[in-house]
Ligand binder design. Sequence first.
Ligand code: AMP
Ligand code: MG
Length: 401
Amino acid sequence: MTAPTFPMHVSVAQARELFATLLPAPPVVTLPLREALGCTLGADLTALVSHPSATESALDGIACREADTLTASAGAPVALRVVGESRAGEPFAGEVGPGECVRIYTGAPLPPGTDSICPVEQLREEEGTSAGERGSVELLRPARPGDVRPEGGDFHAGETVMSAGLRLTPARLALAAALGHAQVPVRRWRVALLSTGDEVVAPGQPLAPGQVYDSNRVGLAALLTEAGCEVLDLGHAPDSPTALRERLSAAGGADLLLTSGGVSMGRYDFMRDLLLGEGEITFWKVKMRPGGPALCGRWGGLPVFGLPGNPVSSLVVFQVIVRPVLTGEPLPTRQVTAATPFASLADKTAFWRGVLAGDEVREYPRQGSGVLRSLSDADALVVVPEGQDIAAGERVEVMLL
Ligand code: AMP
Ligand code: MG
């Protein structure tokens, strides 16, 4: 047998780098805010309005002139004449003069002539008047300028508030809406997803002995969505080169083919041969566990990432190699204390499933790459470098899931 002409047994870092070189720049598309969660902002976002749009009250109470109220106390209240009301969305129309005030509510514009707020808790209503009517109120303490929110205190119209490249979290989507944008430009890959295996059956169907439900496609589609990608679901292909070719050919418009299964040495593992014969292999096998046999290359003019079929391997390789390349952000990491020992492997980085409790991590008891519950129950991947056993009590890096 001749030696392979592609890199084999690459490190996790090399795998990320090599995969990244295959991907084109993600196309910029415009999406409604509700569809943009997890996507990367494709251009700077400028505020179309100021927020607040006018100086407004932070409290329910009265708006008045601070100078009128400086001597107010519970023992010697100051009386002000109520000349109207300012509501959120319905400002007071007139001007407020000395000795006067208006009732005001949270978010309502501060009327001209006023500069301060006295909260409702510090007011005493005139005998026979109910809140909401005119008449007069007594202040039990001075009004405070600090209880107003200045115009543009959050951002000013025209200000560039969000930079291209930011990942759109829920808070950033809310901010984009507050800036006045109904839709945003995002960089978004379209990823075609295929699972393979004669034994793989869609959940909801009856299961014959030896068959397994297609958990990978469900988990991977969710991870892709979370990573801000559009998923083109190619379904499932049985183990035959013809079937693989046929399904993968349906990936029109995709930027990446992501497959699960069929990348090992077995007689029915055809993904590697497909790339070898009709495309190219960028690398095969990564020095990691779970997930060793991962495959990367090109086919039909498109980059291909072939994830292993084992459910834990498939999802972990996605999290450790594919996701950081797609999002530009690795999983967040933390240093914690090992509450149990974590064994190393001679020539592979181990990503053991761990359960966090405060500043400690313990090993999930069953680490098989088919034990999907280990991923579901774990909150972290414990990163054990090759050849460096971690004893209980030592510090160790974890990737937060
Ligand atoms: P393979 O990498 O194709 O040799 O598959 C390795 C193991 O993963 C086998 O036990 C398969 O039954 C299982 N497997 C493959 N694909 C899937 C899938 N989509 N969902 C769940 N398990 C799978
Ligand atoms: Mg298979």
